[in-house]
Design a protein around this ligand. Structure first.
Ligand SMILES: O=P(O)(O)OC[C@H]1O[C@](O)(CO)[C@@H](O)[C@@H]1O
Length: 436
């Protein structure tokens, strides 16, 4: 099997509570067909948001590689947040570059100091990413990184690449300093931009297979355009059943990949699902987890807790492996005959079966390998799933208005303008317990 697959078996009404009956799937597929028309029309017109699903066609890996060709580096430091960081971290980890790709996606002074002290700044490329070009955390970190390079005697203008929109402070800085600059594609919200320069620049600098990532995305696009039903397109199968389970009470979605190299993918998925579908009082709450690790922390809840969750188990069909040394120590000898990969696969199947035995809905997602084409396809299919779920929910999938209130309040608190939200901060009701 060379393609990504989605197995809905353990989410069907015969197996799970909540679950979706075969009849309900048939009826739902009529709505999927109508949504598909809206989605493909939006893609054809490069409509806002829908344009994201056309990215594999628009993204030129060669042009990205050419833009960063002069940036010789052992490490990349991405300065960006949300969709301007999570896609790149997901791609780099899947390409085995996680130890050389670092992300500053918070403004924690202790962590920022630690990272800047640890990095060989003279061998580091700074990758500054912001679609709006105005995000406070990203701009503040960029100023801090520039100063740290100045203090280290490193010319940051020689080691910085920018990806941003057509306008804004970052675009101005790039033009003034003559920095290599790439564009966030028009009509693509940050969380849907992994298959563009936003997600691919760090891997390009570090010599990763970005052409393979785009090719994986292109295969997903081809299958989407050739399909239109939840019964023949994996992304739609996932999106439609996630939607149907939410309607039936599964208001939490736990993403459980069984590969360390896919842990950032669970983070990326959390933003995609939360920021796209969490509106109008709707939306599933994402939970990030990792298999087999979180079997020993979260599984009790997933199996023994409320029936309000969809658990998605993700694994590659093939992976490099390591033998477990033989031993005749009682209680351990059975392990000596296996490999770590076999143990991980046994854990995957056992956890999946344990959820089914408890009638807890779960979906299996398998990709051939965690590599360029594999991660490109997985990202694309989940984006398509999210776009479909948004159509079925009837929400504005591509906007995130609720995040602006807090940004205005923070800016006002820092003297960055008059914002009523900043005043509301001072009106907090307090009922403090503890302290003196
Ligand atoms: O790329 P930008 O404009 O810096 O935004 C970063 C992130 O912040 C958000 O706007 C949320 O605040 C996300 O949608 C986005 O991915």
């Amino acid at each position: 099997m060379t393609d990504l697959t989605v197995d809905l078996g353990n989410a069907l009404a015969a197996e799970a509570r909540p679950g979706v009956s075969e009849g309900a799937l048939d009826r739902l597929d009529d709505r999927v067909a109508r949504a598909h028309e809206t989605i493909t029309a939006g893609m054809a017109a490069d409509g806002f948001g829908y344009a994201s699903l056309g990215l594999p066609e628009r993204t030129d890996p060669g042009a990205i590689e050419a833009a960063v060709a002069d940036l010789d580096a052992d490490h990349v430091l991405t300065v960006g947040i949300g969709g301007s960081a999570l896609g790149a971290a997901t791609v780099s980890a899947a390409l085995g570059l996680a130890d050389r790709h670092h992300t500053l996606d918070n403004v924690d002074p202790v962590e920022t100091r630690r990272l800047l002290d640890a990095l060989p700044l003279d061998r580091t490329t700074v990758n500054v990413v912001s679609r709006s070009g105005t995000t406070a955390e990203t701009l503040a970190n960029f100023l801090v990184v520039r100063e740290a390079m100045d203090e280290a005697g490193v010319d940051w203008t020689e080691r910085t690449v920018v990806t941003t929109g057509a306008e804004g402070p970052l675009r101005t800085a790039a033009t003034e300093q003559g920095l290599p600059a790439l564009s966030v594609p028009e009509g693509v919200p940050g969380r849907f931009s992994a298959l563009s320069a936003v997600g691919l620049v760090p891997a390009a600098v570090l010599g990763g297979d970005i052409e393979g990532v785009v090719r994986g995305g292109a295969a997903g696009r081809e299958a989407l355009l050739a399909g239109g039903s939840l019964f023949d397109y994996p992304g739609y199968a996932y999106g439609a059943v996630a939607y149907a389970l939410e309607q039936r009470g599964a208001t939490v979605t736990a993403m459980l990949p069984y590969a360390e190299s896919l842990e950032p993918f669970a983070e990326w998925f959390a933003q995609l699902w939360a920021e796209s579908l969490g509106k109008d009082g709707l939306g599933q709450t994402p939970a990030r987890a990792l298999g087999a690790t979180d079997q020993h922390s979260q599984l009790q809840l997933y199996r023994g807790g409320r029936h309000d969750k969809l658990v998605t188990l993700v694994r590659p069909r093939e992976r490099a492996d390591m033998a477990v040394p033989a031993t005749d120590v009682e209680g351990m000898s059975y392990l000596g005959d296996a490999t770590l990969g076999e143990l991980l696969d046994a854990e995957f199947e056992a956890t999946e079966a344990s959820l089914a035995a408890a009638d807890q809905p779960n979906i299996r997602v398998e990709l051939p390998r965690v590599d360029g084409p594999g991660i490109g396809r997985l990202l694309y299919e989940m984006e398509a799933a999210c776009v479909l779920a948004g159509e079925l929910l009837g929400v504005e999938t591509f906007a995130q208005p609720a995040v602006e209130w807090g940004k205005r309040a923070a800016r006002g608190l820092l003297g960055g303008g008059e914002f009523p939200e900043a005043e509301a901060v001072a009106e907090k009701t307090t009922r403090v317990v503890g302290g003196e």
